[in-house]
Design a protein around this ligand. Sequence first.
Ligand code: NAD
Length: 359
Amino acid sequence: MTYRIAVIPGDGIGPEVTTEGLKVLKTIEELDPSLSFSFESFPWGCEYYTENGKMMDDDGIEKLKDFDAIYLGAVGFPGVPDHISLWDLLLKIRKGFDQYVNLRPIKLLNGSSTPLKDDPKLRNIDMLVVRENSEGEYAGAGDWLFKGKPEEVVLQTGVFSRKGTERIIRHAFEIAKESGKSLTSISKGNALNYSMVFWDEVFEEVSQDYPEVTTYSYLVDAAAMFFVTDPGRFEIVVTSNLFGDIVTDLGAGLAGGLGLAAGANINPERNYPSMFEPVHGSAPDIAGKGIANPLAAVWSVSQILDHFGHEDWGARVLEAIETVLTEKKANTPDLGGDASTSAVGTELCRVLEEKFKNE
Ligand SMILES: NC(=O)c1ccc[n+]([C@@H]2O[C@H](COP(=O)([O-])OP(=O)(O)OC[C@H]3O[C@@H](n4cnc5c(N)ncnc54)[C@H](O)[C@@H]3O)[C@@H](O)[C@H]2O)c1
């Protein structure tokens, strides 16, 4: 079986970290003859924008639609406004392929450090945030009235459709049911008196179909506090686009930093390819220095393998990340080491190979 993967390395450290992710996939291909991958790389991003006046080809979505998955590094670079790089590439793909589920695991791996105090209770960080990824606060709806005048007004409208809200909540319930874990909804019904009251109602309605799932519901401000004071209470979490964006960066901060946070943009019906990427951006401050941590991008590779139904390989990659973190032979400076991006990738492949051969 050959899986076709479209690679969009993007900007800054994007190409540096995806190179290591691809190294891991190529190692797996060598170890397991039943698996093979073909890669096609697309040069889209801010450099492409500077040369061509657009972030991706006009028929970019058409070009990507027949791939089994999209592997993305990061986009954004000084000189190109962030709202252009985000809307004209990343969001175009997420929306164009109806990738309405954003899965962001927040797990404190063995060997990884947390800024929380040294209390075993606070090392219990293992949650999966299911973030709505197609509408909500990031629907792009609004208006800019009387621009530049004293009476200037801007409107940024949150869009919560019944279809969009119900499908993400139902998807999260399915994950909770399958994994036997609790489900926590994060919203803000006291202040957002339309959108989040509606969200809470739909959560309550859908919960009736899943009596076996234990549920909790928190306001986002309280949830942010509990992420820090008692992260173990969260298992599966479902939340809106904006809240999910924020709480997962908070989670990343608790679980080893942005260099270790991965995210999958999923079209569950598989009508279109899903897209896998590290949560971090293009990190212009360290780009080109060869010191970016590639582990988040490698974790994305583990998510790709899970998505393809090769959970055994997905788990092995995650274990290899844990070993690299624990052994500390090759860690990048953000984790207190002095290894290069490529040295970490090479060590990870070595660990993977050794583990597989010893199985
Ligand atoms: N998904 C994406 O492509 C995405 C996500 C976020 C930001 N961005 C874009 O990236 C650019 C920079 O944004 P930012 O600085 O706010 O966020 P960032 O994630 O790029 O960087 C934040 C900080 O974390 C560090 N960092 C990030 N990833 C790292 C890694 N793998 N290893 C070591 N250190 C790492 C950076 O050096 C920086 O100090 C902007 O143009 C922004 O729009 C893109």
